[in-house]
Write a protein that binds this ligand. Structure first.
Ligand code: FES
Length: 106
C-alpha cells in the first residue's frame, strides 16, 4: 500500500512525469518506531525548507519484510537500510542536492 505523505496528492492523479526524484519511506511499525518517525519529519522539513516539496514524489509504504534491516528508505530506486536521524540529511543532500545548492539549516 502506498500513502501520500503530504495529504493532498491522490497517487492516482499525480503528474508522475513531472517528478525528478522519488522517496519512499517505510511506515511499518518496526521501521517507524526504530527511527522512521523522526526521519519522516526530517525529510518533510528538508523538502519544505529547500523548496523541493513539489519536485519530489514522496510516499510512505507499509512493511516490506526487511524489518531487521530497518529503518529503510528508498530514494530513486536505491534502498538505504538502518537509516539514522544523523544520516538522513547527508543522504538527502547527496541524492537531491548534489550540485551544492545552498541549504537552509534544518
Ligand atoms: S517495518 Fe519496515 S520493513 Fe518491516
Amino acid at each position: 500500500m502506498i500513502l501520500s505523505l503530504f495529504g493532498i496528492d491522490n497517487p492516482l492523479i499525480l503528474p508522475e512525469m513531472n517528478k525528478k526524484h522519488s522517496i519512499t519511506i517505510c511506515l511499518g511499525s518496526s521501521c517507524y518506531t526504530r527511527g522512521n518517525d523522526v526521519n519522516l519529519e526530517i525529510i518533510k522539513n528538508f523538502l519544505q525548507v529547500n523548496g523541493l516539496k513539489d519536485q519530489i514524489d514522496f510516499r510512505g509504504h507499509l512493511c516490506e519484510n526487511s524489518c531487521s534491516r530497518g529503518p529503510m528508505i528508498k530514494i530513486d530506486g536505491t534502498i538505504y537500510y538502518e537509516v539514522t536521524s544523523s544520516q538522513i540529511e547527508k543522504i538527502l543532500l547527496d541524492t537531491l542536492l548534489p550540485s551544492g545548492k545552498t541549504v537552509v539549516s534544518l
